[in-house]
Design a protein around this ligand. Structure first.
Ligand SMILES: NC(=O)c1ccc[n+]([C@@H]2O[C@H](COP(=O)([O-])OP(=O)(O)OC[C@H]3O[C@@H](n4cnc5c(N)ncnc54)[C@H](OP(=O)(O)O)[C@@H]3O)[C@@H](O)[C@H]2O)c1
Length: 218
């Protein structure tokens, strides 16, 4: 797969802020197999993920996903982590990144002591009482210059992004696998008003399919 050639199809639009989500799912809609997201992917989608980061001003992830990966490359743009508990490894590699300070998006209800620790290690955005208001947080990020946004999930955070009307584009890798079971879908939250999307492209790499949809106009 020629990712450089592919990347020409992923330019952000002139109109920003713009939030792109990048996710992978099996043919029957599962985000992972037996708790392992890597199991449904391959080198090509990891490479695309890495390159999509290079086009963005900020990468947004839910704390559960961050706790699972617990690393983020130094070369990538700032990572914005959504968390209420602030149960994050502030001494780990993500907060040791020197090129870009991480951003923590949280709420008033977060534990006070941990919030002070977070403020020493990250830019902290507090919006919302018992949980972060995702729409306000994304507006705040845009106001700070992070206008080309990339959300890499997980599904709980992505459902909140969509509910807030911020899911402008969805890049979905279709994994040529079926798994059944009870794995989440790529959006995991209460039902929202149905949103129509337009297909921008479908790129095939072997049995994998890279789909890019944007919010339908009008
Ligand atoms: N297939 C894919 O493309 C893909 C992509 C990404 C992730 N994944 C998989 O998805 C799984 C995790 O996804 P997930 O949906 O369970 O979790 P998630 O979205 O990654 O994170 C959920 C966590 O984010 C925080 N959070 C969410 N909304 C919040 C709000 N409004 N205010 C404050 N905090 C908020 C909470 O963190 P605290 O608990 O810290 O309060 C919550 O527990 C992992 O297994 C990962 O591998 C798959």
């Amino acid at each position: 797969m020629d990712v450089d050639a592919m990347l020409e199809n992923y330019a952000y639009p002139e109109t920003t802020p713009w939030l792109r989500a990048n996710m992978i799912a099996t043919l029957d809609g599962a985000i992972q197999y037996k708790g392992n997201t890597g199991a449904i992917g391959y080198r090509g989608d990891w490479e695309l993920m890495r390159r999509l980061r290079s086009l963005a001003d900020v990468v947004i992830m839910g704390a559960t996903t961050v706790r699972e990966y617990d690393d983020f490359p130094e070369s990538a743009p700032p990572l914005a982590i959504v968390s209420r508990s602030l149960n994050l490894d502030f001494d780990g590699p993500i907060f040791a990144r020197t090129r870009h300070r991480p951003i923590v998006i949280t709420c008033e209800g977060a534990p006070r002591e941990t919030r002070r620790l977070a403020e020493q290690r990250a830019e902290v955005i507090v919006c919302g009482a018992e949980s972060a208001d995702i729409g306000k947080a994304l507006t705040e990020l845009a106001g700070r210059g992070y206008k080309r946004q990339l959300c890499e999930g997980g599904p709980v955070v992505l459902a909140e992004v969509a509910a807030a009307g911020w899911l402008h584009e969805l890049c979905l890798t279709l994994s040529p696998t079926i798994t059944a079971g009870d794995a989440a879908r790529i959006l995991n939250g209460p039902v929202i008003d149905m949103q129509s999307m337009e297909l921008c492209h479908a790129i095939q790499d072997g049995n994998y399919l890279f789909l890019r949809y944007r919010i339908a106009q009008g």
